[in-house]
Design a protein around this ligand. Structure first.
Ligand code: ADP
Ligand code: MG
Length: 339
């Protein structure tokens, strides 16, 4: 009998990997924004059309790519961010898996224009469903512009399961919020179907929160901050009376990365205890700074889950910090003049 096992061609392997990384337009948005952050961009513009179904474009003023890198970045496991297995335990960038662009390019039409400041001409690369369509030198601004068109055009099952433009846009806005909250010092714009939905100047955290959630939230924010030998924690929590019945303004960040964490969410709920009306969620924007060696972000392809070496300790530190901030606030209500 003949052997039956074959190695899959890259285009199929990439499409399979894309199933994990690219669920909907918002997943593309997340990966592209993170790449711009990793590239050191100070200005990032996100342009989407039809909830991201026809176009997702990100324009940044980051370091750009060389001619060779502009092609290589679409290969699987191609990354400039880690080199050795040891690096996996000391991650300081948003990306490191070298999978996002390969996955995205497997399920869409991609146009990349990029130039480093040291290069006189830039490079344009066009890829469709993992196939290189064209590559040529072009004149372009320094930085990177990448356009993802017709997402899932070659995966009809996925395309069919996309929700309405407005639902997909909601998911995109949520990713945009997460990244722009993690980097208030970076300017972000979000444009949908030709309208600017957000235009966020570089700012401090409070101004960024106001830019995203409106002026009203300003007077409802209470400082939170604490530091121990294992973690530094900062940010804002919302006054109990401003808690909302719907979840949506709950954010944890670890070393500049948004994190979902039901366990630590409970620490906060527990600290608010009877201060909250039943069924209400307090707003929070909590930032953890922690030694990258004591966390593992490589649990899930989207990296929104993070494993802490000592999660119970973090729970207690967070719980105590929330209690302390709520206590201070109720004893000495502070008036905040800075809007
Ligand atoms: P990862 O971010 O995990 O390294 P990606 O597939 O997202 O993998 O990107 C591959 C590589 O392409 C990156 O490591 C980086 O070198 C380069 N790259 C991607 N986007 C940009 C960008 N906006 N500016 C500069 N370089 C980029
Ligand atoms: Mg990346």
């Amino acid at each position: 009998m003949a052997d039956v096992i074959q190695l899959l061609p890259d285009s199929i392997a990439n499409q399979i990997a894309a199933g994990e990384v690219v669920q909907r337009p918002a997943s593309v948005v997340k990966e592209l924004l993170e790449n711009s952050i990793d590239a050191g961009a100070r200005n990032i513009t996100l342009i989407v059309r039809e909830g991201g179904k026809s176009l997702i474009q990100v324009i940044d003023d980051g370091i750009g790519m060389s001619e060779t890198d502009a092609r290589l970045c679409f290969e699987r496991h191609a990354t400039s961010k880690i080199r050795t297995a040891d690096d996996l335990f000391n991650i300081r960038t948003m990306g490191f898996r070298g999978e996002a662009l390969a996955s995205i390019a497997a399920v869409a039409e991609v146009e990349l224009k990029t130039r480093r400041t040291i290069d006189e001409v830039g490079t344009e690369v066009n890829i469709s469903a993992s196939e290189l369509v064209s590559q040529q030198p072009i004149a372009c601004q320094a930085g990177t512009q990448i356009s993802i068109k017709n997402l899932f055009f070659n995966v009809p099952a996925r395309r069919k399961f996309l929700k309405s433009d407005s639902v997909e846009l909601k998911h995109i806005i949520s990713e945009f919020q997460r990244v722009s909250l993690a980097y208030p010092e970076v300017a972000f714009t979000l444009n949908h179907n030709g309208n600017d939905l957000y235009k966020l100047p570089p700012s401090g955290l409070k101004q960024r929160i106001v830019g995203l959630f409106g002026k009203n939230i300003n007077q409802h924010l209470i400082d939170i901050s604490t530091q121990t030998s294992i973690v530094k924690l900062g940010g804002y929590i919302g006054k109990p009376e401003c808690a909302k019945k719907s979840a949506g303004e709950q954010f944890f960040f670890v070393n500049g990365r948004f994190m979902k964490n039901p366990f630590l969410h409970k620490a906060i709920m527990n600290a608010y205890d009877r201060l909250l009306p039943s069924g209400a969620y307090p707003s929070y924007f909590i930032y953890f700074d922690i030694d990258p060696q004591s966390i593992d972000v490589n649990i899930h392809p989207t990296k929104t889950e993070i494993k802490f070496e000592d999660e119970r300790m973090i729970w207690q530190i967070l719980h105590a910090a929330v209690r302390e901030s709520l206590g201070k606030f109720s004893v000495t209500p502070s008036i905040d003049f800075d809007t």
